[in-house]
Unconditional design. Structure first.
Length: 495
C-alpha cells in the first residue's frame, strides 16, 4: 500500500460551475442503439411510449441526462431528415452505409427523437448533415423544429401533428468533417461552417441557438487552431473534440477478456484526455480569451472489439469495471476543466460502444458505466472546488500513470461532493482529505467496485456491480482518511 497522499481544497468564488451538459449522451443510428434499442415500435410487446422502451426512459430519467446527441456520428452526414417525417408508408428507406450496411425504414425520425427528448426532459443536440446535405436542407430542419410563425417548414410540422416548435438549441454543423463527414481540410471546413452557420437562422422565438463546429480528432491541434482563427467567435457556440480510448485501432482487444497490460493501455489513452483538453483549450484561449466558445467533447469512451457473433458494424461491446474506472477519470478531467469544457457526450447510450444501457430482447441491464454516471450526477451545475495533490503512481512494466483522480464541487444547497478513482489494478491507495477549508463536518460515502477488473453486469446477473455504501468514512479533526481499493470509484458527500 502507498504512503498516504493529502488533498487540499481551495474554495474559490471565481471557480466555474460544472455545466450539467458535461454529462451528455449520444444516440446514433448505429447497430442496436436506435432500432432494437431505444425504439422497438408501438406494436412491440415490450412496454413502450410511442415505440420507445419505457424501461430505458426511466433509467435515463433517473440519470438526469442533460442532453442527447442524434442522429450521428458518421450517420448524420448521410441523413436526410425529410425522409423521416410524415406518414410511415410514404417514408423511403435508407441504407446505413457506415454501420453494417443495413436498410432502415426511417420509422424513427425527427418527431420521434424530439418527443423522446421531451419525455426524458433532456435537451436535444441535433447533428446536421454537411457532408452530403445542403445548406437549404439544414436551414429547413431548424425552421421545421424551431419556428413558431407561418412558414413552409413550420406549416409542414403542424401538418405532421406538432403545433408547438420544440425549440432545439444545440446544432452540430456536421460530424468528423476531417473523416466520414467529408474528408475535408480544416481550412475548407471552416469556410463551409461559416456558410452553414449564416443560414441557420436563430429564429427570434426559439430561445437561442448554439452552433457547434465539427471538431478535432484527438490531438489534431491544427484543426482547432484553424477553426478558431478562421471563424469569428460570434458565429461559434462550441468547437467539438472526439477522443476514444482505443488500445490499437487494428487490434482493439476484447471488452471482457483483457490482460492488465491492455487495461493499462486503455487507462493511458483515457488519461490522455487531460492533455487533450488542456492543449485544445490553450489554443482556444488565444482566440477567445473570454472563454465564450465551449469545448464540446461530443464523443468519448472506450472502444473494444465487438462481442463475438455480433455484426462487426454494430459496435456492440460489454462493459466492465475497466469502463467504470475510465468513466470516472474522464468525468473528473471534464469537471476540473469546467472553465472551457462545457459539454460532452459519452459514446454511446444504448447497445453501442461504452453504453450505459444494454438490451437483449425484453431484458435490459444498467452497466457499470451507468452507475458511475449516476454517482457523478451530483456534480451537474455545481460549483467546482479547485484542489491540489500529488497522485501516487500506478506502475506496470516500467511505465507509470497517476493512480488517483479526483474532482470536487459544491451544489446550490451547500452539499460538497468529492469523486475519486483509483485506477491501480492491484494496490489500494490511502488518501487524506483535508476538509478544513470546506467547513465539512459530516460525510457519507459510496463506492463502485468488484472483485475482478473484468467483472460486468450480465443479463442473468444484472446487479453484480452497483453503487454500494461505504461505512468507514469518518472525519477526525477536519481530516478524512480514506482507503480506495484497486480499480474503484468513490463518491463522498459532505455537509
Ligand atoms: O461513435 C461511433 C463513431 O465514431 C461515430 O459515428 C463517429 O463520429 C466516430 O468515428
Amino acid at each position: 500500500q502507498d504512503k498516504s497522499t493529502t488533498i487540499t481544497f481551495n474554495q474559490d468564488e471565481k471557480a466555474p460551475v460544472i455545466s450539467k451538459h458535461i454529462y451528455g449522451h449520444f444516440a446514433e443510428h448505429l447497430g442496436r442503439c436506435i432500432y432494437d434499442g431505444f425504439f422497438v415500435g408501438d406494436t412491440s410487446k415490450i412496454a413502450n411510449t410511442n415505440g420507445v422502451r419505457n424501461d430505458i426512459v426511466k433509467a435515463l430519467k433517473d440519470l438526469k441526462i442533460p442532453n442527447l446527441r442524434w442522429p450521428g456520428g458518421c450517420f448524420a452526414d448521410t441523413y436526410h431528415w425529410k425522409d423521416g417525417i410524415g406518414p410511415q408508408k410514404d417514408r423511403p428507406t435508407i441504407v446505413n452505409q457506415w454501420w453494417g450496411g443495413v436498410t432502415e425504414d426511417n420509422s424513427f425520425g425527427t418527431h420521434d427523437f424530439l418527443n423522446l427528448c421531451e419525455l426524458l426532459e433532456t435537451e436535444p443536440y441535433v447533428s446536421g448533415n454537411v457532408g452530403s446535405g445542403t445548406v437549404q436542407e439544414l436551414a429547413d430542419w431548424v425552421q421545421y423544429t424551431n419556428f413558431d410563425g407561418v412558414s413552409p417548414m413550420s406549416d409542414l410540422r403542424k401538418q405532421n401533428g406538432r403545433k408547438e416548435p420544440w425549440k432545439v438549441k444545440y446544432w452540430g454543423i456536421g460530424n468528423e468533417a476531417w473523416g466520414c463527414g467529408g474528408n475535408m481540410t480544416a481550412e475548407y471546413y471552416a469556410n463551409e461552417y461559416r456558410k452553414y452557420a449564416t443560414f441557420i437562422a436563430d429564429w427570434t422565438n426559439s430561445g437561442g441557438l448554439m452552433r457547434i463546429a465539427s471538431g478535432a480528432n484527438s490531438d489534431d491541434y491544427h484543426w482547432t487552431e484553424t477553426l478558431m482563427k478562421n471563424i469569428p467567435n460570434h458565429m461559434l457556440g462550441g468547437v467539438a473534440l472526439h477522443h476514444y480510448s482505443v488500445i490499437d485501432w487494428n487490434n482493439k482487444g476484447d471488452a471482457v477478456s483483457f490482460t492488465e497490460d491492455m487495461y493499462f493501455k486503455t487507462m493511458s489513452e483515457a488519461l490522455e484526455m487531460e492533455e487533450l483538453v488542456t492543449k485544445h483549450a490553450a489554443i482556444m484561449d488565444k482566440y477567445d480569451p473570454e472563454k465564450k466558445v465551449d469545448l464540446v467533447v461530443d464523443e468519448w469512451g472506450g472502444w473494444y472489439a465487438v462481442e463475438e457473433g455480433t455484426n462487426p458494424g454494430f459496435l456492440y461491446q460489454q462493459n466492465t469495471m475497466r469502463d467504470a474506472v475510465l468513466a470516472g477519470v474522464t468525468l473528473n478531467i471534464f469537471n476540473n476543466h469546467a472553465d472551457r469544457v462545457r459539454m460532452a457526450n459519452l459514446a454511446q447510450c444504448v447497445n453501442v460502444l461504452q453504453a450505459v444501457i444494454l438490451t437483449d430482447k425484453a431484458k435490459m441491464i444498467l452497466t457499470p458505466t451507468y452507475h458511475v454516471m449516476n454517482m457523478y450526477k451530483v456534480h451537474q451545475d455545481a460549483k467546482l472546488i479547485p484542489l491540489k495533490f500529488h497522485s501516487p503512481k500506478y506502475e506496470l512494466n516500467g511505465k507509470s500513470l497517476p493512480a488517483v483522480s479526483v474532482s470536487a464541487s459544491k451544489d446550490t444547497s451547500g452539499l460538497v461532493h468529492i469523486s475519486m478513482v483509483n485506477i491501480d489494478a492491484n494496490k489500494a491507495n490511502t488518501i487524506n482529505l483535508d476538509l478544513g477549508a470546506l467547513g465539512v463536518k459530516n460525510v457519507t460515502a459510496s463506492i463502485i467496485t468488484s472483485d475482478k477488473l473484468q467483472d460486468y453486469n450480465a443479463f442473468d446477473n444484472p446487479n453484480h456491480i452497483v453503487i454500494k455504501k461505504l461505512d468507514n468514512a469518518k472525519i477526525k479533526k477536519g481530516k478524512l482518511n480514506i482507503t480506495i481499493p484497486p480499480f474503484s470509484v468513490i463518491m463522498i458527500e459532505g455537509k
